[in-house]
Design a protein around this ligand. Structure first.
Ligand code: ADP
Ligand code: MG
Length: 616
């Protein structure tokens, strides 16, 4: 039989390689800008059209290429950055694989103009689908300009795989952030469809962070950041971490090693653990942490698009990082000052022995008079007689006496406490609904007691109202007296614009004040005292982090966020009428058992269980 194995043509091999390196416009941006950095550029301009699908252009003032190099640059495994395998372990440049330009040129139409400073003339190379169309000497600026047009023009399946412009743009911005945050001394510009979205003059790291993320007043970064710093043989740690009180649901968190962005879940834990107990669950601090280590002790050579980095001294660095963050958070100041063993040290000063410790007391309302109203009518049930005579006993209590008989044995366990209060209080309420701990509405049903979580119930009620409003596009808006301004960075603005219309159907009204900010001039009437700016910010974060498309899921998310923010909170005292209203509205909902995010709204304590307890 004849031989059947043959080598693939370069164009096909390159396309296969491109599948690894170039996944979307953002990968092109990353490769081109990293090349510009490696070429020593001090000013880099990025231009995109249609989220990079039509054009991604990067112009730099770096060292440029000779005529031969300009042609060589597009060959696979052609690089000026490493020479042999040993170099792989001392990498300081961003690129080294020599496959980016070859890959890009195999799946797009590329035009490159480049000139070295020492030369009078530069070179133009045009290449598309790995085929050279033009190579000639030209007049051009020193440095390099590469335009990449119509990405995946020859691989329709991949082009179709690209996400919406908004999603692709947010990927582009993310890649851009990663690079500009490690190169603060480089001047960066970013133009999106001819509009300048970033203008980042050379700065120090803190100013650069502020220039990139500081547009949003929510973040007011200068006040939020703490400096971190530590040096040892293994690693030098520099950077900024967010103060715990500014923790957010979707914080910006960045690790860099030797000037390269990396993801490192294990080190992330070291940082998070340092914040243990300082921030709420579900939230995190912002951080921008820059590690410098000996290049010999890390392995970045895992995968062209993967950002994980392997560290030789992972555990030791983990501890150093954790300690550095803790120190910055000032935790060491309030721990005993024995600094050779921080492990297990208490986080708060111990109470002095001689101080008389007061047991915590239960809160109660001394003015509460359970017998004020006579309008109480209990549903008639057999078991009522179990309590006959109870009321007359309680009536003898002085007016300001705490309601619970367990006051002296104050119990911090809410389960036990609520159970104890349960029966006692039912007998002394003025309506069939009663509020427990300003959190639960206590009501009776045929089969027993019903405890309704007031906040969750209201979330459900509002959620259904908002969903209906969205469907019917019918809402009640309320003008705000002093419009609030809200600003978004470019990448967040696109997500805001994506949800703007739905927000308007819910009763918000906005007025654009400039390209990165809006005034909120009306809010849904039910929103009341909710602070609108953080609410809108968290909605935008939610859409962004889940790469949501405009469809029903966005409507659901907005309705849920709005419902959560506007619903009555735990701790809010409700009048009997309000309780009645809430319970009635809850049971008028299409679904009343669970909140839209699946949490139980009420529990039933069946009468049988209560009776069984008395039999014990
Ligand atoms: P790598 O960056 O891994 O070396 P690339 O395919 O990205 O591989 O680039 C190939 C080579 O082209 C680089 O090693 C470099 O010599 C040259 N090159 C690419 N972009 C530029 C640029 N903007 N300025 C100067 N030289 C460049
Ligand atoms: Mg490169």
């Amino acid at each position: 039989m004849s031989d059947i194995i043959h080598l693939l043509p370069d164009s096909v091999a390159n396309q296969i390689a491109a599948g690894e390196v170039i996944q979307r416009p953002a990968s092109v941006l990353k490769e081109l800008v990293e090349n510009a950095i490696d070429a020593g550029a001090t000013a880099i301009q990025v231009l995109i059209k249609d989220a990079g699908k039509t054009l991604i252009q990067v112009i730099d003032n770096g060292k440029g290429m000779s005529e031969t190099d300009a042609r060589m640059a597009f060959e696979r495994h052609a690089t000026s950055k490493i020479k042999d395998a040993a170099d792989l372990f001392s990498i300081r440049t961003m690129g080294f694989r020599g496959e980016a330009l070859a890959s890009i040129a195999s799946v797009a139409q590329v035009e490159m103009r480049t000139r070295q400073k020492s030369e009078e003339l530069g070179v133009l190379v045009e290449i598309a689908g790995s085929r050279i169309f033009r190579q000639e000497v030209i007049h051009c600026e020193a440095g390099t300009s590469i335009s990449v047009r119509n990405l995946f023009f020859n691989v329709p399946a991949r082009r179709r795989f690209l996400k919406s412009d908004n999603v692709e743009k947010s990927h582009l911005f993310n890649e851009f952030y990663r690079i500009v945050l490690t190169n603060p001394d480089v001047d960066f510009r970013f133009n999106d469809n001819d509009e300048e979205v970033f203008c980042l003059p050379p700065a120090n790291i803190k100013q650069r962070i502020e220039n990139v993320f500081g547009k949003n007043p929510r973040k007011r970064l200068q006040q939020q950041l703490l400096n971190i710093q530590s040096d040892s043989n293994l690693v030098s740690v520099r950077g900024f971490i967010g103060k715990p009180e500014f923790a957010q649901k979707f914080p910006d968190q960045y690790f860099f090693v030797n000037g390269r962005f990396m993801k490192h879940p294990y080190f992330h834990k070291a940082v998070m653990l340092a914040y243990n107990q300082l921030i709420q669950q579900g939230e995190g601090p912002v951080y921008f942490i820059y590690l410098e280590v000996d290049t010999q002790t890390i392995d970045i050579n895992i995968h062209p698009t993967k950002t994980e980095v392997k560290f030789e001294n992972e555990q030791a660095i983990w501890s150093i990082l954790n300690a550095t963050v803790k120190e910055a958070l000032g935790k060491f100041n309030i721990s005993p000052s024995i600094d050779f063993d921080q492990e297990g040290a208490p986080e708060y000063p111990l109470t002095r022995q001689e101080v008389n410790i007061q047991p915590p007391r239960t809160n109660f309302n001394p003015d509460y008079n359970p017998f004020q109203s006579t309008g109480y009518s209990r549903p008639s049930m057999d078991w009522e007689k179990l309590y006959s005579g109870f009321e007359s006993k309680t009536q003898n209590l002085p007016r300001s006496e705490p309601l619970t008989p367990f006051d002296d044995q104050t119990n911090d366990n809410p389960e036990v406490e609520s159970e104890n209060q349960l029966i006692f209080k039912t007998e002394s309420v003025s309506s069939s609904n009663f509020q427990l701990k300003a959190k639960y509405i206590f009501t009776t049903v045929k089969s027993g007691f019903l405890l309704v979580d007031q906040h969750r119930a209201h979330v459900r009620i509002l959620f259904e109202t908002f969903i209906n409003q969205l469907k019917a596009n019918n809402y009640i808006a309320q003008q705000i007296l002093f419009p609030e301004e809200i600003q978004f960075e470019a990448d967040r603005m696109i997500f805001f614009e994506q949800i703007q219309q739905k927000l308007e159907s819910l009763g918000f009204a906005f007025e654009k004040t400039n390209k990165s900010s809006f005034s909120v001039i009306a809010v849904p009437s039910v929103v009341g005292a909710v602070s609108v700016v953080p609410l809108l910010n968290s909605m935008v974060d939610e859409v962004k982090s889940h790469e949501m498309q405009v469809d029903d899921s966005i409507g659901n998310m907005l309705a849920l966020s709005l419902a959560r923010a506007s619903a009555i909170k735990s701790g809010q005292i409700l009048s009997p009428a309000e309780m009645d209203d809430l319970v009635n509205k809850l049971f008028a909902c299409a679904e009343y058992n669970y909140t839209p995010d699946g949490k139980k709204i009420f529990i039933i304590i069946p009468i049988d269980e209560i009776q069984a307890k008395f039999r014990q």
